[in-house]
Design a protein around this ligand. Structure first.
Ligand code: SAM
Ligand code: DTB
Ligand code: SF4
Length: 315
């Protein structure tokens, strides 16, 4: 079947709203036709430049506009980044994801990150960075350095977006995605659920992702981590089954993309995570920290994966 890009929001809404067991059965069938359901990809995150970000993303503890417990840190030295990548490899991760709290890096900063990317790549790991908006030339520079994936999220639907971020537009994000694609980088692009959006917004996000041609190779679905001091702290919690429905619909709409159960796992029960993996997610972050917030960590995750007869991919 050809991947489909021309989805309408009403169609996506109908998929998300299908009878629960029909939705899950079909999503799981599509999933196991393409992926081994007993294998997950494992990545580890490192915040290489933390906090003091000029953007006003309402979910983010790293924005300078909110008063959170995050302490700002300058860009790490390449040697320290590579040391962290070695530890990540020893913990079983095959991909190392480096995140920087920038609106858009300057060329010097991109050059510094590019050097670190080349060294991490030389360890035999897949590399991913998320640095904010990029120009074509900057994306090209990272591609030449050996970068595999660029992470840049659409976060939510175009309609809800303005409630969450005002300092850059949806189109700015789409421009960066185009620049990343032009540089022949693989795309890691997804969003966040649980920000107070409606189901229609979750459908709208999936439509925007599915319209990207080709579909993003990697689609992170983050459950909002509510951080004290951010405007979204105290938002009504999302019904966890809505997360499962969103993942199942993403699996049906983007059958070949790796869906990543990303932020928010520390707030999920094991049973919810099991349902998300059944619905089509097959990638997680290992380790006890995401960028600035807690992640379940090694012992918890190896216990969970054991109980699900699941192993971590080795390539
Ligand atoms: N500054 C860059 C940018 O925003 O493009 C890169 C780093 S930013 C932290 C990467 C992504 O992390 C955001 O797009 C968002 O989807 C996710 N994120 C940030 N804070 C989060 C939170 N509290 N809960 C869930 N996801 C979050
Ligand atoms: C993504 O979609 N999720 C990851 C990664 N891309 C960079 C980040 C989640 C960050 C969660 C909040 C924090 O730890 O600061
Ligand atoms: Fe800055 Fe990225 Fe956080 Fe937005 S999500 S405030 S751009 S670090």
């Amino acid at each position: 079947m050809q991947p489909r890009h021309a989805w309408t929001v009403d169609e996506a809404l109908a998929v998300i709203g299908r009878p629960f067991h029909d939705l899950l059965a079909d999503a799981h069938a599509v999933h196991r036709a393409r992926f081994d359901p007993h294998v997950v990809e494992a990545a580890i995150l490192l915040s290489i430049k933390t906090g003091a970000c000029p953007e006003d993303c309402a979910y983010c503890p790293q924005s300078a506009k909110w008063s959170t417990a995050v302490e700002a840190e300058r860009l790490m030295a390449a040697a320290d980044i590579v040391a962290a990548a070695r530890n990540a490899r020893a913990s079983g991760a095959t991909r190392f994801c480096m995140g920087a709290a920038w609106r858009s890096p300057n060329d010097r900063q991109v050059g510094q990150v590019a050097e670190a990317v080349t060294e991490v790549k030389a360890l035999g790991m897949e590399t991913c960075v998320t640095l904010g908006m990029l120009t074509r030339e900057q994306a090209q520079r990272l591609s030449e350095a050996g970068l595999d994936f660029y992470n840049h999220n659409l976060d939510t639907s175009p309609e809800f977006y303005g409630e969450i971020i005002t300092t850059r537009t949806y189109d700015d994000r789409l421009d960066t995605l185009a620049n990343v694609r032009d540089a022949a980088l693989k795309l890691c692009c997804g969003g966040i659920v649980g920000m107070g959006e409606h189901r229609r917004d979750r459908a709208g996000l999936l439509v925007q992702l599915a319209r990207l041609d080709p579909h993003p190779e990697s689609v992170p679905i983050n459950l909002l981590v509510q951080v004290p001091g951010t405007p979204l702290h105290g938002t009504d919690k999302l019904d966890p089954l809505e997360l499962v429905r969103t993942i199942a619909a993403a699996r049906l709409m983007m059958p070949g993309s790796v869906l990543r159960l990303s932020a928010g796992r520390a707030q999920m029960t094991d049973e919810l995570q099991a349902l998300c993996l059944h619905a089509g997610a097959s990638s997680i972050f290992l380790g006890d920290r995401l960028l600035t917030t807690p992640n379940p960590g090694g012992d918890h995750d190896s216990n969970l994966l054991d109980r699900l007869d699941t192993t971590v991919a080795t390539v």
